[in-house]
Design a protein around this ligand. Structure first.
Ligand SMILES: NC(=O)c1ccc[n+]([C@@H]2O[C@H](COP(=O)([O-])OP(=O)(O)OC[C@H]3O[C@@H](n4cnc5c(N)ncnc54)[C@H](O)[C@@H]3O)[C@@H](O)[C@H]2O)c1
Length: 433
């Protein structure tokens, strides 16, 4: 298949490279010429484990190309995927579809022969209908079908998720689209991945329902953690005890500082907008959003309590800034709530993240250090905020020697409380005695 991917970000680049690896001929297009120039030199614009090698292999074998101009590839394409951003619209939280619409218009002008237009971006229910109308308006003569194919990959494990997904969802109405989509995902049939062919609206809503459910699950265990702290129970024991029940499942039961990232915050907001407009409000999701926002704010108080109630003039060493490990993505990261809150209370913050490249622009006033030990040197408290592997086995005796005071706030429950306390630290974590 000849495939074009419009938008070469976290989703577009990974999807494009994986589809090329499946054997298709893929052109990844991005309007950001800088990104395309970098990619042509083999430089990845994002950090994702395994991506550089995957891209290099497929470029080398001639199946993966990069273009700044969609004219280079769209006319020949069997399928054009739209994988552009759908951020929250300022003010109301609805998904901002301006990038999707602009991409669809551009593509509409260029398609030749029967072309399947696939929406991979996360878009509100009904967007497929809008795209269809828009393309028809732009090009009354065009022969096309609009398909919804939401992406479920996780940053940090994106290649594995794309190549071995739990399922692929394809929403369509024009029967001619089915064989094209089946051919694109054919390698997945071999490992018996369920491919759910459904209607477009069901597919669009499935993506939001999945993210809202996961956001709710995380928020649930976070609230249970809060209760554990009050009653002297251990949230990890509770999570294990409930997670072994297959109806609940073990994943997404790690209590932490509140969810962030490029998807849950914006997708829960957008789903609530859709539901409210449809007069079917989703109160569970509304509550999840509210509880999570409050939780992210409450983390500063936890750090203040750990240093005895007054943080003014103290130094906080923060380990990890990205919203989760193995990505450089800073979007809606808990760090963006916690650090400014600590600074506002008069703390000095020094920090280290292995990949949070953007962090310097997003977190003014922070002293960025070159490693974890540098970040906690002279600190009155160490805050473990993102559970990168390299923070899991710090030399705690060395840490104690470097810090001004031996205080650790572990917001990811990486360490065992007794082990850290035995080494002379005051230690607090999430939902554990
Ligand atoms: N990031 C994730 O983990 C994830 C997972 C599943 C789904 N999604 C969804 O996938 C979509 C993309 O997310 P992302 O994180 O990859 O976004 P991103 O911001 O990393 O990438 C979007 C890219 O699209 C480009 N772009 C915008 N308009 C364009 C146009 N008209 N022509 C060409 N390029 C254009 C931008 O320059 C940018 O490089 C979103 O709808 C998101 O909700 C993201």
């Amino acid at each position: 298949m000849r495939v074009v991917m419009i938008g070469t970000g976290y989703v577009g680049l990974v999807s494009g490279a994986c589809l090329a690896d499946f054997g298709h001929r893929v052109t990844c297009v991005d309007k950001d010429e800088g990104k395309i120039a970098q990619l042509r030199k083999g430089i990845m614009p994002i950090y994702e484990p395994g991506l550089e090698a995957l891209v290099a292999r497929n470029v080398g074998e001639g199946r993966l190309l990069f273009a700044g101009d969609p004219r280079e590839a769209v006319p020949e394409a069997d399928a054009v995927f739209i994988a552009v951003g759908t951020p929250s619209r300022r003010g109301d939280g609805h998904a901002d579809l301006s990038f999707v619409h602009a991409a669809a218009e551009e593509v509409a002008r260029l398609i030749r022969g029967f072309t399947v237009l696939v929406t991979k971006s996360t878009v509100p229910v009904g967007t497929g209908d809008e795209i269809e109308a828009l393309v028809r308006r732009e090009r009354p003569d065009a022969d096309f079908a609009v398909v919804s194919n939401p992406e479920f990959l996780r940053e940090g494990a994106a290649i594995e998720d794309f190549k071995r997904p739990d399922r692929v969802v394809v929403g369509f109405s024009d029967e001619r689209a089915r064989p094209v989509m089946a051919e694109i995902y054919r390698p997945l049939y071999l490992n018996e991945t369920p491919i759910l062919f459904t209607d477009r609206r069901t597919s669009e809503l499935t993506k939001y329902a999945a993210n809202a459910f996961l956001a709710m699950k995380v928020t649930f265990i976070n609230e249970i953690a809060e209760l554990c702290e009050k009653v002297g129970a251990d949230v990890q024991g509770v999570a294990r005890g409930i997670g072994l029940d297959n109806r609940i499942g073990r994943k997404f039961l790690n209590a932490g500082p509140g969810y962030g990232g490029s998807c849950f915050p914006k997708d829960t907001l957008a789903l609530v907008q859709t539901a409210t407009r449809a007069a079917a409000p989703l109160e569970l999701v509304e509550t999840t959003i509210r509880v999570n926002a409050a939780r992210k704010k409450a983390m500063a108080a936890k750090v203040v309590a750990a240093v005895g109630g007054e943080i003014k003039g103290k130094t906080v060493g923060v380990l990890g800034l990205t919203f989760k490990p193995n990505t450089d993505d800073m979007r809606d990261s808990p760090a963006l709530d916690l650090i400014p809150a600590l600074q506002a209370l008069g703390a000095t913050v020094q920090a280290f993240d292995p990949q949070g490249r953007e962090a310097e622009a997003l977190l003014p006033g922070v002293d960025f250090k070159s490693g974890p030990y540098e970040a906690i040197t002279g600190a009155d408290v160490m805050v473990l905020l993102t559970e990168w592997d390299q923070f899991r086995a710090l030399d705690l005796d060395h840490v104690r020697g470097l810090m001004r005071a031996p205080v650790v706030v572990d917001l990811r429950n990486v360490y065992r409380p007794d082990e850290v306390r035995q080494r002379g630290f005051a230690y607090s974590s999430i939902g554990r005695p």
